[in-house]
Design a protein around this ligand. Sequence first.
Ligand SMILES: C[S@@+](CC[C@H](N)C(=O)[O-])C[C@H]1O[C@@H](n2cnc3c(N)ncnc32)[C@H](O)[C@@H]1O
Length: 271
Amino acid sequence: MNLNELINYLNGKYNISRLNIIKKLSMIEKKDIIEYMFSDPFISEKNVEKLEKNIKGYPIEYLVNEVQFLNNIFYIDERVLIPRVETEDLVLIAKKIIEEKNIKKILDLGTGSGVIAITLKKFFPDIEIIASDISFEALEVFKKNCKKNNVNIKSYLGSYLEPFLKEHEQIDLIISNPPYVEEEYKNKNETLKYEPDIALFAGKDGQNFYRKLINKYYDLIKNKTLLFETTEFNVLKTYDLIDKLSGKTEIKKDSFGIERFIYHYKNSHKD
Ligand SMILES: C[S@@+](CC[C@H](N)C(=O)[O-])C[C@H]1O[C@@H](n2cnc3c(N)ncnc32)[C@H](O)[C@@H]1O
């Protein structure tokens, strides 16, 4: 069907504006928006279906299998979380910490699509960066993204720090954007419903990941620099958990000024 016919059809069915349709279509067809402004191109049935799926709530990122994260392009699909803009701030904060401190080895715990590990590796090609995830499927996407972005990063399959029980000493910085959503949002939130549960949910108060990390792996992490993402709504709960470690714990803000990240370091690391 042609664009104008499609616009009439969708407008009648979903009451969606012409501009909105064109914006979505330009993303799906990976074409400049201008190509739809003054002409009436043919839109394939496959792309009409994709557009309608998106209008009904399916994330555009999974439809186009692509996201931009800082300056790099990543492949994504339903096996991994859709990277969020806040996580770009996490990486930029990490970059500053790495530049200021003598960090030689970094672990990205719960790497998913690999946006954190891969972006850091591109910033710091000479620093050793490793990545882990509990999900085999997520690590398949991670490996695809390493190739796509021409970086070499060793990955480990396993829960929490299990893969590093014997070789954790060299890791200076653990960075993580783990699951931190409260269980009650399961099946309630439209955007979260298509993403893997394992990437999102962390018990009743959203703190299960952090609680277990502190309780079970205290000795492994106690001397490390830590940088974690959490939600603005639970940042104090996460702070309290991480602050059980000896050393200093700080809350850091994202670029919208929202308190979202937890930074922990040994006092001696600070100066
Ligand atoms: C919120 S997603 C973050 C993905 C990616 N780092 C990002 O920022 O877009 C959390 C990731 O942690 C992984 N994960 C969940 N529980 C884990 C665990 N116990 N050990 C290791 N990884 C875990 C999930 O499979 C998922 O890929």
